[in-house]
Every structure is written in structure tokens, then in C-alpha cells.
Design a protein around this ligand. Sequence first.
Ligand SMILES: CC(C)(COP(=O)(O)OP(=O)(O)OC[C@H]1O[C@@H](n2cnc3c(N)ncnc32)[C@H](O)[C@@H]1OP(=O)(O)O)[C@@H](O)C(=O)NCCC(=O)NCCS
Length: 153
Amino acid sequence: MNPIEKAKISDVTQMHQLINSFADKGEMLARSLSELYEDIRDYFVVKQGERVIACAALHVSWSDLAEIKSLAVAEDSQEQGIGAQLVEACLSEARELGIATIFCLTYKPGFFEQFGFSQLDKMELPRKVWTECYRCPKFPNCDEVALIYHLEV
Ligand SMILES: CC(C)(COP(=O)(O)OP(=O)(O)OC[C@H]1O[C@@H](n2cnc3c(N)ncnc32)[C@H](O)[C@@H]1OP(=O)(O)O)[C@@H](O)C(=O)NCCC(=O)NCCS
């Protein structure tokens, strides 16, 4: 199994291509290069040599809230446990930071439910998390499912 690493600036163009290849098929939200550079410290990657085969981010929203976002595993690397490893890496970082609640917005709720995430009404999430949504082409007609996970911290 390839290790999980913190992303480097030199990984961003490949992360951009990976995320947006799924976004083009309506499977996740697109990210701009600008967002990825700004949020580079949030991202984990998995690499095969110099190739980025997967990425995910933990983005802190507030003292007790963080989001797992932009989880993507290249098609030829799926079903090998990499997505699960990335979720665990994000949860572990949240635990180290002392953040008790993790949420995600996704079209794949079943994937997150197996880690103990549970669905909630998007409107129950604090307004603060919508800052990013204003930039989304789908706003205000968001069709992603919100899920939440509580950590012991
Ligand atoms: C969803 C995604 C991240 C899963 O990554 P992956 O590396 O293939 O997942 P894993 O191999 O770690 O799978 C772990 C478990 O989740 C299950 N799983 C995978 N995709 C699933 C899905 N869409 N729904 C429910 N369960 C799923 C696997 O069968 C596996 O179960 P097992 O442990 O019982 O065998 C990957 O398919 C992907 O990148 N899809 C496109 C982008 C996307 O939809 N991102 C989602 C979040 S925005």
C-alpha cells in the first residue's frame, strides 16, 4: 500500500486533473487551481512514483467543526482501500487537532456511512460552512448529501 503524504505544491496540477475528471462526470464538485493552491495545507495525497493516484482534504471550519472534502481515487486505483485510508488520515488529523465534529457533503453517502458517518439535513450545518458554497455553480440548489461524524477528543 502506498503511504499517505501531505500534498506538495508540485502535486497540485495532478490533483486538479484528478478531482475535475470526476467533477466533469457529476460525481463531485470541481476545484479551481487557485483554491487548491490556497488550501494546499489541507490536502493529503497518495502517489505511485510521481503520479498522484488519490487525494483528500481536511478543512477546518470552526473550533469544533471540520470538513472532509475533495476525496478522489483514480479509477485504476479504486477498490484497494485507498479511499478508506484517506478518510482515516483525515479523521486522525482532526483528532490530533482536537476537533470533535467532522462533516462531508457528497454524492456517495454509502461510502462514508461505513466509517460511522450519519446523514443529517444540510440546513442543520452552521451557516459558516456555506461560505464556499456561494462559489459553487449549483448554489443554491445543492443536491449533495450531508453526513456527520463525532470524534472522542
Ligand atoms: C468513492 C471513492 C473515494 C472510494 O474510493 P476507493 O479507494 O475505491 O474505496 P476503498 O477501496 O477504500 O473502499 C472501502 C470500502 O468502501 C466501499 N465503497 C467504495 N465505493 C463505495 C460507494 N460509492 N458507496 C458505498 N461503498 C463504497 C468498498 O466496497 C469498500 O468496502 P469493503 O471494505 O467492504 O470492501 C472512489 O470511488 C472515488 O474517488 N470516486 C470518485 C469521486 C467521488 O465520488 N468521491 C467521493 C466523495 S466527494
